[in-house]
Write a protein that binds this ligand. Structure first.
Ligand code: C2E
Ligand code: MG
Ligand code: MG
Ligand code: MG
Length: 282
């Protein structure tokens, strides 16, 4: 039976497509396994307030997968796969738990980390119990709602599902803050901004990267800053790589920045070192 099946697929797919399908299946199996074994790592990237040097605004947690054979598998590859394979709930709960554990540990050692930002998928909000689970995890680690920032993308907002709306409202009612990631890249409808309890906009790095060369990127950045100001939201510029970008954003009143210029996403121990060095510089 396996033989006839494979002959069948050979007729349907070119060898190239067949190879890619197999690769994908292998990747998915490995992902399932690494999630089961809790074998992913989290790296953390500092977010810095423009006006108060030497202090931290927060850190963003970013998932990392090092495969023994394939090396670094980027999250842009495995997160969508986890979503499609129905693994994202389990993955998110584990990452949420790990982020809370890590923050509590930093606090216990006297490290000042105001909050950790965690990226969420639209699918997380389909689970009717999601908001309760987030809150329960915080409590389990002795943390408060303000200790987390939940990063969502416009795909979450476009989901008009009752469960999504209810989760967003429940999170907000509990005091959890939501950040709109990659702002400006999706199919943003500005009306979402006043209908939903968003407290932070993350200016997408594609704008930041084009600041030096594109009048349009500069104009759009100024509009984002202005919208955020009038709605009482904060802005985090992501992907800040050059001193020129930093200076321009600072001059325009961009309150928070994140990017390789300051620090790459690093393992927890390295973040502690980096923070120590930053504080010592003052
Ligand atoms: P994101 O949330 O928009 O994260 C920002 C990405 O920009 C990260 O890529 C980060 O490493 C990268 N970055 C930071 N500073 C710079 C810079 O100065 N220059 C450039 N070129 N890039 C910079 P990364 O870690 O590869 O993550 C890619 C995306 O994967 C994230 O985009 C996020 O959407 C998703 N992701 C990562 N971890 C998680 C997770 O735990 N859960 C979920 N649901 N998604 C995740
Ligand atoms: Mg993010
Ligand atoms: Mg982003
Ligand atoms: Mg992104």
């Amino acid at each position: 039976q396996a033989k006839s099946e494979s002959r069948h697929s050979l007729r349907l797919f070119s060898p190239e497509m067949n190879r890619r399908t197999q690769e994908r299946a292998a990747l998915e199996r490995a992902l399932r396994q690494v999630i089961d074994q809790r074998g992913l790592a989290l790296h953390y990237q500092p977010q810095l307030p423009s006006t108060t040097p030497g202090r931290l605004y927060g850190v963003e947690a970013l998932a990392r997968w090092h495969h023994p054979e394939w090396g670094h598998v980027p999250p842009d590859r495995f997160i969508p796969m986890a979503e499609e394979a129905g693994l994202i709930q389990e993955l998110t709960h584990w990452l949420l738990d790990e982020v809370c554990r890590q923050l509590a540990e930093w606090r216990a050692t006297g490290l000042v980390v105001p909050h950790v930002a965690l990226n969420l998928s639209a699918r997380n909000f389909h689970d009717a119990d999601f908001a309760n689970q987030v809150y329960a995890t915080l409590q389990r680690h002795g943390l408060a709602p303000g200790d987390l920032m939940l990063e969502i993308t416009e795909s979450v907002m476009m989901d008009a599902l009752p469960a999504t709306v209810a989760n967003i409202q429940a999170l907000h009612a509990r005091g959890l803050r939501l950040s709109l990631d990659d702002f400006g890249t999706g199919y943003s409808s500005l009306s979402y901004l006043h209908r939903l309890p968003i407290t932070e906009l993350k200016l997408d790095k594609s704008f930041v990267q084009d600041l030096a060369t594109s009048e349009t990127a500069r104009a759009l950045t100024l509009s984002v800053l202005s919208i955020a100001r009038s709605l009482g939201m904060t802005v985090v510029a992501e992907g800040v790589e050059t001193e020129e970008q930093r200076a321009w954003l600072d001059a325009q009143g961009c309150p928070v920045m994140q990017g390789y210029l300051f620090c790459r996403p690093v393992p927890p121990a390295q973040l502690a070192e980096w923070l120590g060095a930053m504080t010592a510089e003052l």
